[in-house]
Design a protein around this ligand. Sequence first.
Ligand code: NDP
Ligand code: 7N6
Length: 308
Amino acid sequence: ETLDRLCIHGSVENKFPTESFRAAFDDLDLPTEVVGDGESLGPTDAVSSFRPRPEFHDVAWVHCIRAGYDEFDTASYEAAGVPLTNSTGIHDTTVGEMAIGYMLSLARLLHVYRDRQVKRDWYAPPYERPFTVENERLCVIGLGTIGEGIARRADALGMEVVGVRRSDESVPGVSERYHPDDLHDAIGDARFVAVTVPLTPETEGLLAGPEFEVMRDDAYVINVARGPIVDDDALVSALESGDIAGAALDVFDEEPLSEDHPLWGFEEVIISPHRGSATNRYHLDIANLVKENVRRIRDGEPLCNRVA
Ligand code: NDP
Ligand code: 7N6
């Protein structure tokens, strides 16, 4: 197989500076070029992109710079005979640290103190409210790269970590695994429930009214995966009625989250603008995945992270 050009679609700017990403390929003996919408692409071009585009169906290979490729229609790539790869396998530390940060904040009230700091308020919370995460139970739904990244770190903090996945594979840091059919058993006793599954027809609405009822009243939901996996309306109701205590959310049904969305209004909800993976080295992590697959194409090896 030959590749004559590596094209970087301008939509990568959503997550990192396009030029930094392009420069990360300077040590590769393959011309790189930033392309916009509708540019003509050929069968010896490779493309890295944040968003799918119709013109990607004529190229040698498409790389989605996200782990979650739910916006890409895999069937159309299969029909076109164009391999599609994603960016799983690299978010254990970035998203893992973010999830630990949410839990420590929710337990020790960093978010509340910061809110009060804005008002120069020396705030004393109710004595019963703060707790340590040590010895608290965390249920991680989805035990892939991110799930394991969270579980290992939570285990190191002395948390009791259980998890949910379809396959039977064990995961370091996870003391007990549940099948998705037993979701309610898995989340029932957890102080924290972290969502790290891909968005698929099976996982859409996975956490909704019945799940919030099963959960403890003092439990917190963490969603670093995709918005539609947690039913927003049901979450707002559960927060209002006290079915659960709070949430930390990096992802939403619609992004950016609209200014008038009720989720903004809860003291016990931490909102981050889909930055779970955002660090100043993120573009290098993605570039390394792309370079590995350029090598594989040249050496005639199967692509890694191939999803179509
Ligand atoms: P992985 O593919 O490594 O892990 C996903 C895991 O989910 C797999 O281990 C799989 O295990 C499990 N899973 C799949 N379906 C189900 C199901 N129905 N019930 C329970 N478990 C299931 O992906 P990553 O960890 O890299 O990423 C996960 C998701 O996180 C991405 O798809 C993306 O949407 C999101 N993401 C968000 C980021 C952010 O910035 N907030 C950054 C990166 C990713 P098994 O096959 O055994 O079920
Ligand atoms: C940053 C996107 C993913 O699925 O949504 C996340 O990887 C992060 C490129």
